[in-house]
Ligand binder design. Structure first.
Ligand code: ATP
Length: 375
């Protein structure tokens, strides 16, 4: 979504935590990231990469060691958490156990001394969107996990924040409930025009909900892009492997041709056509990266006709049934790859077509993708 203006800006933010004996861990390093007004951005990355720290900096629960966090153009350094117009929902929905769902929703509003009618109106509106009207008089212990998470979301929304921060909000829920809650979040966005920062490990959540995704690794921003771009054109091997499965075949460029020698005199060859980059990559080790869906078993019905293909012989080493497909693992030379089959009759060798329009080269030394190469 093309956002009109930035809602949140991390301006070269570095955050360190002391870990004793004068040492510290750098949770975020020089993070520069803008989130548009009304945008939903997912922040994703492995455990310990700095995702929660980024949210806590926006909420005012942490302060940067250097750099600034801006909200609607204002430096948040002097603004206390309660005055930031920001609400946060955590993985563990910390509802007050002795209060009913309705009282949990009302709690913060009563502290603000809002009129009763205003409180009831806000709760009614949010409860309707979240489909929790019938459970408002139950206590948290009598609610299911999904219901509790809905109340926690509702409690964050009734205060009418500008920004909603969600930290792994679905991680304790089963897939069906996750899908339902994703719908609720879409509804809340539409209704309240919220800017949302969503921290998640879960790729389907990030891909399904986000306008853009930021991938961080060890405190550094690796890529921020549209979900489809992250998936199809990852900027490096880390992003490629973190987001879905990607296979890599390591070869070398000679005379403008990427080559991977196999047993006997077999060799996979892919000409690299963009003349101006050949000088840069001649004799370089490049990994050819492709997702399982970029290859099809040759004797399966294929709709890839017309695309640029290379056909490769694969030794099948395992297969597992996954409902709509069979997931196979196979060997190409010394490399193991993953691919799918719609129907699978076990055999030792298959020939596969690799759709080169779905493949990317990565510099094996740096891991960076070489987007300028057209094949
Ligand atoms: P996870 O997915 O496991 O929640 P994360 O990506 O959210 O991880 P953070 O919680 O932001 O990562 O932590 C980033 C780094 O900072 C980690 O190395 C973590 O141990 C460290 N860290 C975070 N908070 C503190 C703290 N209060 N004191 C010391 N170290 C901390």
């Amino acid at each position: 979504m093309a956002a009109e203006a930035s809602s949140i800006i991390f301006e070269n933010v570095t955050k360190r935590f002391p870990i004793g004996k004068g040492n510290s861990v750098e949770a975020l390093t020089d993070l520069h990231l803008s989130v548009g007004k009304g945008e939903l951005m997912a922040i994703t990355g492995p455990s310990g990469s700095g995702k929660t720290t980024a949210l806590r900096l926006v909420a005012g629960l942490e302060t940067p060691d250097s750099g600034k966090v801006l909200v609607d153009g204002l430096d948040m350094a002097p603004v206390p958490p309660h005055a930031r117009g920001v609400s946060m929902v955590f993985q563990s929905h910390a509802l007050y156990p002795h209060l009913s769902a309705r009282e949990n929703l009302a709690f913060g509003l009563e502290i603000q001394k809002l009129p009763r009618a205003e409180i009831a109106g806000r709760i009614g509106r949010v409860a309707k969107i979240l489909g929790v009207e019938k459970i408002l008089d139950k206590r948290p212990d009598d609610l299911s996990g999904g219901e509790r998470q809905r109340i926690a979301l509702g409690r964050a929304i009734v205060s009418q924040p500008r920004i909603l921060l969600l930290d792994e909000p679905f991680s304790s829920l089963d897939p069906q409930l996750r899908t339902e809650l994703r719908d609720e979040i879409r509804k809340l966005r539409r209704e309240f025009g919220l800017t949302i920062l969503l921290v998640t490990h879960d790729q389907p959540d990030a891909l399904a909900l986000s306008d853009r995704i930021a991938v961080i690794h060890a405190g550094r921003l690796e890529q921020v892009d549209l979900p489809e771009k992250i998936y199809r054109f990852p900027s490096n091997q880390f992003v490629a492997s973190f987001f879905g499965e990607m296979n890599f075949l390591r070869g070398r460029v000679r005379n403008g041709i990427w080559e991977l020698p196999l047993e006997g005199d077999q060799v996979i060859q892919i000409p690299i056509a963009t003349v101006e980059v050949i000088n840069l990559i001649e004799n370089k080790d490049l990994a050819l990266g492709f997702r399982p869906e970029a290859i099809r078993i040759v004797d399966e019905h294929s709709n890839l006709a017309g695309n640029v293909m290379v056909t490769i012989r694969v030794e099948v080493i395992s297969s597992e049934f996954a409902g709509s497909i069979h997931r196979l693992r196979g060997k190409i030379g010394a490399e193991t790859i993953g691919f799918n089959a719609r129907n699978w009759i076990p055999k030792q060798f298959v020939r596969v077509d690799l759709d080169l329009s779905e493949a990317l080269f990565f510099d094996s030394a740096t891991g960076n993708s070489l987007k300028t190469i057209n094949i």
